[in-house]
Design a protein around this ligand. Structure first.
Ligand SMILES: Cc1cc2nc3c(=O)[nH]c(=O)nc-3n(C[C@H](O)[C@H](O)[C@H](O)COP(=O)(O)OP(=O)(O)OC[C@H]3O[C@@H](n4cnc5c(N)ncnc54)[C@H](O)[C@@H]3O)c2cc1C
Length: 305
């Protein structure tokens, strides 16, 4: 299967744009902010919160980082105007982290100022390990400027439990996920169960130290373990949430979580960069082509189209 995955992903740029478009159609709300907001509003009516992500990362030109900054300011305005239950997720490399951290900070500070106006929350997605430390550092600086922001810990990294110890506390808000990039064995767990165990150890650490914890996973075993953990620790329902990527077929579980009184948030990417995004996602996670093929024959109840 590994060889087949690599073969399909290696030839992805040769696949018809139509096929890649089908990958995107499943996971991406559309090209425009209006389409993103329409999906959020629809999900709100079903009991879900949202987080909007403007597609794009690893931007290399300073001018392009400012376009991303402006796009996020527009998103925050759009959320406020529509009254949607939604925050934003962004990638610091789209704001210039790999060009110049000060450029990134200037862009970020503008976004945080706008978020402050609307009392909204800003999440910094975690990218590959080359920017883990820089992301944590930028997050620390940002939280001193505007506390309603937070980042992500990836369970597959060996360093994560230690990072959780230093990040955790009643003021912190951390998303935990398995990790989406391909990282080497010297810094990352490679075993499926090892990553799950690290996820749960991190979740426990954060909750025991009073953090707001976001469980971002579609792994049903992990979802059940997280439900058991919050019950065991007696964590109030407004101190944690479950998160899922829009388009992943776990509607039944998410509906059950909402009905049981848990907060659930959908991560909703949108923007014209869906082609590059989908190719990158396929390269990082070769198994995604199988999800796509399956998705071409099914339709999410949590989508409008
Ligand atoms: C809200 C959210 C935010 C995230 N933010 C980040 C981040 O900032 N940084 C980062 O590195 N990673 C991020 N991720 C991705 C995460 O790290 C994992 O790569 C991804 O969620 C798959 O892991 P899993 O926990 O769902 O478990 P898996 O074991 O990969 O999957 C569990 C089940 O879900 C199904 N599934 C998983 N993914 C898909 C898919 N795309 N389409 C269809 N079915 C699927 C699988 O078939 C499997 O049965 C985020 C994930 C979520 C849900």
């Amino acid at each position: 299967m590994e060889l087949l995955n690599r073969l399909v992903v290696g030839s992805a740029p040769l696949l018809p744009r139509f096929f890649i478009g089908r990958v995107a159609a499943r996971y991406v709300a559309g090209d425009s902010l209006d389409e993103g907001l329409a999906l959020v509003t629809h999900l709100n009516t079903l009991g879900f919160a949202g987080t909007l992500d403007v597609l794009g990362e690893e931007v290399r030109e300073a001018e392009a980082t400012m376009r991303f900054r402006d796009a996020y300011v527009e998103v925050l305005d759009g959320i406020a105007n529509s009254g949607a239950d939604c925050n934003v997720s962004l990638k610091l490399t789209a704001l210039g982290l790999c060009i110049d951290p000060e450029l990134c900070w200037d862009n970020l500070a503008l976004i945080l100022d706008r978020a402050r106006e609307f009392d909204n929350f800003v999440r910094f997605d975690m990218e590959d390990s080359s920017v883990t430390q820089a992301t944590l550092k930028m997050c620390q600086r940002a939280r001193e400027f505007y506390p309603q922001c937070g980042t992500v810990l990836q369970a597959y990294l060996h360093r994560t439990l230690e990072d959780a110890r230093s990040l955790a506390g009643p003021e912190s808000n951390v998303r935990i996920c398995k990790g989406a990039y391909v990282e080497p064995g010297v810094i990352a767990f490679q075993g499926y169960q090892e990553v799950r165990d690290s996820f749960m150890a991190t979740a426990r650490q954060l909750l025991e130290q009073g953090s707001y914890a976001c469980f971002a996973t579609h792994d049903l075993w992990l979802i059940e373990q997280c439900e058991a953990l919050v019950a065991e620790l007696g964590v109030a329902p407004d101190r944690y949430e479950f998160q899922a990527l829009s388009g992943v077929p776990i509607e039944t579980t998410l509906d059950r979580l909402v009905a049981a009184g848990h907060r659930v948030r959908y991560y909703i990417p949108f923007g014209p960069e869906w082609y590059a995004y989908s190719l990158r996602r396929m390269r990082e996670n070769p198994a995604i082509w199988r999800h796509t093929l399956r998705a071409m024959f099914s339709r999410s109840r949590h989508r409008q189209r």
